[in-house]
Design a protein around this ligand. Structure first.
Ligand code: SF4
Ligand code: SF4
Length: 439
């Protein structure tokens, strides 16, 4: 086992703010803003309208096709409206179900709770439950899990890995999840592996979480699940890098993990799978790390989907100075937000706030050909060359240089002494290359 991958960086971890904060359930607010698009693929279609009474866990948006995901109410109450509202991922107003919370948390019972019989459920039924529960990749990727659990015919998956690396600075939600709900995570892994008949099961955790490694190692004793402690390096949690670190296998260029017999899923998603199968609970809440150097009381909160960032920050005592920057996710791959009014979605692993000092954007200088960006690129690309191509709209060349293999980790931009906005240019190249292909 390599235990790590080539390239990568070690940014300041900054997990000290919240790593010792036990998960605290946040009371849902009066109004919930639940977007119908919280996943990769087609937005869900609203199946409720203004004035409807809804229950906790009731389907309010139906998946619009196979690559889509159902959306559920995160409270009981009344639908105030279905209207466009700022989406934290697209950055645009998107159809959103706004629900007036009645404070009763009256539950819907759309999903069957299989209780202790959870391990007797057949693979096809597991997939169906996962789809009905609206589960998506909770590490931030938000790809519908039922789709990921349905690889093309003929693909053999023998290895299922859970991603508990949480290599992004500041984020500690997965760390706390593994400490506080280890058995749920392991049971979710067993369910996922059952879908493929995979016999090699692993939980991958960076070495900066020794308590989580210890808890998991204790829990998996006597099972076929192994815990893989990994070197602390960013982006250790990226799928391809994790697979290489643990198995030595390489996902081919343009390929997916199943092309080398592997499947990777975030630890939070595994718990969501277990919750759905055993407890009949769809995905209407998640753990969010609320942190940043200017937040008074950083925390790991269990949050109902649709709660606005402003409510989270208020629940953490507010900021000690003016908030200049807000990020959805981690600082490396997360998305800056223009407002605190946006809601938590299924992919919100963290909400980070920064003051003027940390939010300063340095001016871009000319490339000095130092090759630092090349040295750290875990995808073995030449970020500087691809970025130059994008800058001059030479997208054919950017594609030849492997732009589509970029995993958007931001390591190149992090080390660049000239503060080149390398990731910005490369993302532009990828978008344009894909648009050209679709013509
Ligand atoms: S080119 Fe892409 S994969 Fe390589 S370091 Fe930059 S962002 Fe990461
Ligand atoms: S790290 Fe920055 S300055 Fe150095 S080669 Fe890459 S783009 Fe140029």
């Amino acid at each position: 086992m390599a235990n790590t991958f080539n390239g990568g960086i070690h940014p300041p971890e900054e997990k000290r703010y919240s790593e010792d904060s036990a998960i605290r359930a946040l009371d849902p607010p009066e109004l919930l803003y639940i977007p119908l698009s919280q996943h990769i693929g087609a937005p869900a279609t609203a199946v409720v309208k203004k004035g409807d009474r809804v229950l906790l866990g009731q389907t309010i948006g139906q998946a619009a096709g196979f690559v889509s995901a159902a959306v559920h109410s995160s409270v009981s109450g009344k639908v105030k409206s279905v209207e466009p509202y700022q989406n934290p991922v697209s950055g645009k107003p998107e159809p959103t179900v706004i629900i007036q919370n009645d404070g009763l948390d009256e539950r819907a019972s759309e999903l069957t709770a299989h209780g202790d019989n959870w391990d007797r459920i057949e693979p096809e039924e597991i997939r169906n439950i996962v789809a009905a529960a609206g589960i998506v990749g909770m590490g931030g990727a938000t790809f519908p899990t039922h789709v990921k659990l349905s690889p093309p015919k003929g693909k053999i998956i023998d290895t299922v890995l859970l991603n508990g690396a949480e290599c992004e600075p500041y984020l500690t939600a997965d760390h706390r999840l593994m400490l506080e709900f280890p058995q749920d995570v392991i049971n979710g892994l067993i369910l996922i592996a059952k879908v493929f008949g995979a016999g090699r099961l692993g939980i991958c955790i960076e070495n900066n979480k020794p308590d989580a490694i210890e808890v998991m190692q204790e829990r998996v004793k006597g099972t076929n699940v192994k815990v893989f402690p990994l070197k602390v390096k960013y982006p250790q949690g990226a799928e391809k890098q994790m697979i290489y670190a643990v198995t030595g296998r390489e996902v081919p260029s343009g390929g997916l993990p199943f092309d080398c017999g592997c499947y990777v899923q975030n630890v939070g998603t595994a718990k969501a799978v277990f919750d759905a199968v055993s407890r009949g609970i769809p995905l209407y809440q998640r753990i969010v790390t609320v942190s940043g150097p200017i937040l008074k009381e950083p925390a790991n909160l269990m949050v109902r989907i649709g709660t606005r960032y402003s409510d989270l920050i208020a629940a953490c005592g507010g900021a000690v100075e003016d908030i200049v920057k807000v990020i959805n996710g981690g600082p490396m791959m997360g998305l800056a937000q223009s407002s605190l009014d946006v809601p938590v979605t299924k992919g919100t692993s963290g909400v980070l706030i920064f003051g003027a000092e940390d939010a300063e954007v340095k001016p871009e200088l000319a490339c000095i050909n130092c090759a630092k960006c090349v040295d750290v690129c875990p995808a073995f690309l030449m970020p500087t060359r691809i970025a130059q191509c994008a800058e001059y709209s030479n997208f054919d060349m950017a594609e030849k240089l492997g732009a589509l293999d970029c995993i958007e980790c931001g390591s190149c931009a992090f080390v660049c002494p000239s503060d080149r906005k390398l990731l910005h240019y490369i993302r532009r190249a990828k978008t344009q290359i894909r648009a050209n292909k679709a013509k």
